[in-house]
Each structure stands twice: as C-alpha cells, then as structure tokens.
Write a protein that binds this ligand. Structure first.
Ligand SMILES: Nc1ncnc2c1ncn2[C@@H]1O[C@H](COP(=O)(O)OP(=O)(O)O)[C@@H](O)[C@H]1O
Ligand SMILES: [Mg+2]
Length: 628
C-alpha cells in the first residue's frame, strides 16, 4: 500500500483541479448564452458550404494527405530508434551497428523535413487559390447589392469581411485542417508504438488522457468567448477607422480630434482587454497541460524505474532502459499534439465564426434583381416616361408623390427646385438604383423592371453631383470599364467636353496620378473628367447632377460650354442650378416636396410668373449684384 502513496497524492491533486474547472465550466456556459454569442448556422452547414470551395482542389488535398503520412513517420519511429541506440551503447558496443542506426535516424528526419516542406508549399498555394475565389465571390456579391442595402452596411464591416474573415478561412485550409488530421494520426501512431514497447506503461500514459480531454473542453468554452470578443473588437475598430479616416478633414476642421481620440481609445481598450483575456485563457491552459505532462513523466520514472530495477514482467514484456528512454520521448510526442489539438479547435471555431459572417453577407438577397423574364436591351432611342411614380427610401415617408412626366428622345430636361425636393432621387430611380413602390418608369415604352439591370445601365451615362474618382490615372478613370481605346479617342472626348485644357496643364497628362477619391482635383475638374468618362462610353441617355460648390468662374465657363455640347448628343436629364443651363433646356420641371408643381419651357414658365419665375428673378438679381 505504501508504494502507491505518491500516486494517490498525484491523483488527488488532479481530481481536485478537475472539480474546480468543471465548476468554472458550468458558470461560463450560462453567461455565454446570456451574451448571445451563439451562432445561427450549424457547423455542418458551414462545412458543406466551405467544401464547395475546396472541391476543385481535391487532388492537392489528397497529395498533401499522403505526404503528411510520411512526414509523421519521424514522430512515431524516432523514439523507438533512440531507445535502441541507448541499448546498443550500453551493451556490447559495435560502432558499425550504431552508425547504421544513426543513418536510419537521419534518413527518417530528412524525409520527414522534405515532406513537411512540400506539404506546406502545396497547402499555401491551394489556400491562396481558395482564398482568392472566396474573396472574389464575396466582392461580386457585394457589388450586386442595391444602393439602399449598401448604405445600411458600414464600409469597415465589409472590409473586415473581405480581408480578415477570408484570411481566417484560408488558415483553415492551409493550416488547421491538416494539422488537426496530422495530430490525430500522430496521437494514434504514438499510442500504437508505445503499446508495442510496453502495455503497462502505455496504460499509465493513457490514464492522463481523460484529464487532458476535460481541460481541453473547458478551455474551449473559455477561449471561444475570448475569440468572439477579439473578433468583434477588431471589426468595431475597422469600422470606426474607415469612417473616421475618410472624414479626417472634417474632424480637424471642427476640432473634434480629442473627442474622436477618446472614442478610439475606448474601442482600442476594449480590444486590448479582449486580447488580454484571450492571452490569460491560453496562459492558464498551457501550464495546466504542462503540469499533466510533468506528472506523467514522474509516474513513468517511478513506475518504469521500479519495473526496470525489479525486472517485473507483464504479459511477456519487460522494461529495459531503452524502453524507458523511448517512453520518455513518446510522452512528449503524445502531449504536444494533444495540446495543439485543443488550440487548433479554437482556430477552427474562429474560422467557422468568420465563415458564418462571410456567408451571412453572401446570403443577403440583392433587393434589385433581374426578373426571370427580363429582356436584353440592344438599342435605345431615349424616350423616358414616369407614370404616377411614388417612392420612399423608408416606409411611408414619400420622397416622390405621384410624379409623372415624359421626355422624348434627344430632349434636354432640367429639374430644379429647392434642396431636398427630390431631384437627385428622380435621377437615381431612372437607372434603377432603387425600386419604386408605385407607378411605372418606362424607357422606350418598356418598364425598367422588365429590363436586365446591366443592359439598362449600359445605355446610361451618369454624372453625379459627387464625382467619384478611383485611385489610378486620369486615363483609367476616364476609361473605367471600356478597353482597347486609343489615346486619340480619349483626347478627342476630353477636347469635346473641355477637359483637354485641364489635362494639358498636368505634367504627365493622361498618366497623371489620381489619389484616392480624386482628392488631388477640384470639384469642377472632377466634374469635367466625369463628362469625358461619360461621353467616351457613348450612352443614349445622360444623367447629370450638376455640381454647385467650389467651382471657379473659369471652370464654370468650361462646364457651361461642354454642357451645351452634351445637350446635342442624346437625351439629357439634368439637375441644373445655373440659369444659363436651365434656359437652354427643352423643358424645365420644377419640383417641390416631391411633387411637380410647374413644367414647361423657360419662356412659358417666365410668362406664367410662378415659382420658377421667382427663382429666376432671384438668380438674376444675384448676377446683377455680382456684376455691379
Ligand atoms: N439614401 C437616402 N435614404 C433616405 N432618405 C434619403 C436618401 N437620399 C435622400 N433622401 C431624402 O430624400 C429627399 C430628397 O432628396 P434628394 O432627391 O437628394 O433631394 P435634392 O437632390 O432635390 O436635393 C430628402 O428629404 C432626403 O433627406
Ligand atoms: Mg441633389
């Protein structure tokens, strides 16, 4: 009885620890549900959807699996070899035998290293392919969302989906899955090898397995929560950054730096403490497993040592010093994969969490989709009709109320009215950026909901108030989706809309670099570039939301002149602020609070002496004042 005393103490300590951890485990379970961290998609569903991306690379994965079997040979065979070497050194020392063992050992090591290298290369390549396919799908999906849907989603969140979350999934394919498999194989391989050496000692090592399993399950509960918090914190910071970096100028102008800094600090601290908690959880888990490892080594030395000294035989196996050395190594090889298995389960969880977030975005049904019987619109004359159109961005807050008008092909129609009267809204409805609630919008007599969206938008040239230039060159911004256009054509288009003078002044001409959002150009210059961009695509219908702010007189004259040319190209719908533009339009529609209150030519409306006349007088007085 006295001989088992140390074992009883060890068992008691481990049992006590387990009890404490089980108690902690039960408390965290309740809290987890209260915070609502539970995912909605089942793991099986996620696996099924991820599998779709892995399937085209099945061959690579099979190859990796086979190579992996070789690469684990080192872990399984080397301890036995070392045990044998130990026996050889101790017994009759034959150098040639020893050398052959060393050569075998080195051979296995080299094969294993080469296999590990190959495996990593293949996996990385495959992982990157999967990753880029996933990113592409996600990006294409985001592109298909309507303006309304995009407005409701923070940009930072989308960026996190496309970058961080897809990365977590690539980890799944390049690292996690293979290592999970590898560790499982190593564990079983090591158990097999140990059994061949000694049943009794193997059983002793296996006695520790339930405790490791217990610690692992508990650890997973804690760490999963920590992971979620870190993830949410990261998304939060990304969202905050992408918004505030874009608006940094405003923040500086309004002296909001301190306030924003405080907001950022709060988010930053939240992420920091989430990370701390995560590190803490790992900090507890690793030493726990290490403690078990040390305990098992002590047990091995105690039991194995006794068995060796007393030469105890168990089911035909005795314990030699070589067996003890091998077992000492096997215990390390047994505990390592178990410990990393637990951590890999965590990575797996985090990859699944990312997968769910990505698939949630992918599952958002685009609001504006082609009808099943949508037609391709080959050519367009340019007749537009609004028939009793009612539209609201949200609920029943009507922005357009029963709006009806007709535009004949080739006509220029100007919309005017006070800010918020619905001018921009009308223009974006024609391109079907939003769907209307009641009424019809017809192009050449066809309801736009019956036309394929891509085919519809192909015939439009939109020049919006807030011209968006992408980072790149002037040329790439003018061409956008168009390819194979020679510089002469680009120059011609620029000349037509008076953008040539602007471009000539630039040191690199068409190759001049455009910074993000076109920050290195003025509003007027951006508008001119957008004119060139529009006419090079030769649209039948042009839509122009005139820029009002920040335009110097010189550019204004250029814009004015090119506007008159644009009127001759095709149908032109224009939100006009300048008198001269308005005057030249075929028809003027005056909007107020989403309703058409006056419509007619400049002359007609002046004679009517209504709201348009008032606006006209107001602007004329201002012009006189300016000139005097
Ligand atoms: N994306 C949007 N979501 C909700 N309401 C909007 C949106 N865009 C515009 N509105 C609202 O619709 C009304 C008309 O806006 P808009 O057509 O831009 O006016 P205008 O161009 O004549 O100044 C305004 O009251 C505005 O607040
Ligand atoms: Mg507007």
């Amino acid at each position: 009885m006295y001989e088992f005393y140390p074992l009883l103490v060890v068992g008691g300590v481990i049992g006590l620890m387990s009890a404490i951890f089980i108690f902690a485990f039960c408390t965290i379970k309740d809290r987890k549900e209260a915070i609502g961290f539970d995912r909605n998609m089942k793991d099986s569903e996620l696996i099924k959807r991820l599998f779709v991306y892995a399937k085209p690379h099945a061959k690579s994965f099979v190859a990796v699996f086979l190579i992996m079997l070789f690469s684990i040979s080192y872990d399984i065979i080397s301890p036995t070899l070392v045990g044998n070497i130990e026996e050889k050194i101790k017994g009759d020392f034959v150098p040639s035998e020893l050398i052959s063992y060393v050569i075998i050992y080195a051979g296995i090591l080299i094969v294993s290293l080469i296999c590990t290298y190959l495996q990593a290369i293949i996996l990385q390549k495959t992982g990157q392919k999967i990753l880029s396919a996933l990113r592409e799908d996600l990006f294409i999906h985001i592109e298909s969302l309507s303006h309304g849907q995009l407005t409701s989603m923070p940009v930072g969140k989308l960026v996190t989906r496309v970058t961080n979350d897809t990365n977590a999934i690539s980890m799944l394919f390049t690292n996690i899955l293979v290592n999970l498999l590898k560790n499982v194989f190593v564990i079983f391989g090591v158990i097999g090898a140990m059994l061949m050496l000694n049943y009794g000692l193997t059983l002793m090592v296996l006695c520790f397995a339930p405790f490791i399993a217990l610690f692992t399950v508990i650890f997973r509960k804690f760490s999963r929560k920590a992971y979620r918090e870190v993830k949410d914190g990261t998304t939060d910071i990304n969202t905050f950054l992408s918004e505030n970096l874009s608006g940094m100028k405003i923040i500086q102008i309004f002296n909001r730096e301190d306030r924003k800094m405080a907001e950022f600090n709060a988010k930053n601290n939240k992420l920091k403490s989430a990370k701390h908690r995560q590190i803490f959880v790992f900090g507890i888990f690793r030493p726990m497993v290490y403690m078990l490892y040390i305990t098992s080594v002590l047990c091995l030395l105690y039991l194995g040592g006794r068995g060796y000294i007393k030469n105890i035989e168990f089911m035909g196996q005795t314990i030699s010093s070589g067996v003890l050395v091998s077992f000492y190594m096997y215990i390390t090889k047994f505990f390592n994969p178990i410990q990393s298995l637990a951590e890999q389960f965590n990575w797996l969880q985090s990859a699944f969490a990312s997968a769910e977030k990505i698939f949630t975005v992918m599952d958002i049904k685009p609001e504006i989709v082609d009808a099943d019987d949508a037609i391709e619109l080959e050519s367009v004359e340019g007749n537009i009709e609004f028939r009793n159109v009612w539209f609201a961005y949200e609920g029943e807050e009507w922005v357009l109320k029963d709006v009806s008008f007709k535009v004949k092909a080739g006509e220029t129609v100007a919309f005017c009215g006070s800010t918020g009267s619905g001018k921009t809204t009308i223009l974006s409805l024609i391109c079907r950026n939003y769907d209307i609630q009641r009424g019809e919008i017809l192009i050449d007599g066809i309801d736009i909901r019956k036309i394929k969206i891509s085919s519809l938008r192909k015939h439009f040239g939109q020049m919006l108030q807030d011209v968006f230039l992408f980072s790149g060159t002037i040329r790439s911004n003018i061409l956008l989706r168009k390819e194979n256009v020679c510089d002469d054509e680009v120059n011609e288009a620029c000349r037509y809309v008076n953008a040539d003078k602007l471009i000539e002044k630039l040191p690199k001409g068409l190759d001049e670099e455009v910074m993000e959002r076109g920050a290195n150009f003025s509003a007027g210059q951006r508008q001119l570039i957008s004119f060139a961009r529009t006419i090079i695509h030769k649209p039948e219908i042009m839509i122009l939301d005139e820029a009002t702010a920040n335009i110097d007189t010189e550019t204004e004259i250029l814009i004015q002149d090119s506007l008159e040319k644009l009127m001759n190209i095709g149908t032109l719908l224009i939100v006009a602020h300048r008198l001269s533009t308005i005057r030249n339009a075929d028809r003027i529609i005056y909007l107020s609070h989403g309703e058409i209150i006056e419509s007619g030519s400049h002359q007609e409306l002046i004679e009517k002496q209504g709201r348009y006349y008032e606006l006209y007088k107001l602007q004329q007085d201002k012009a006189l004042l300016k000139n005097s």
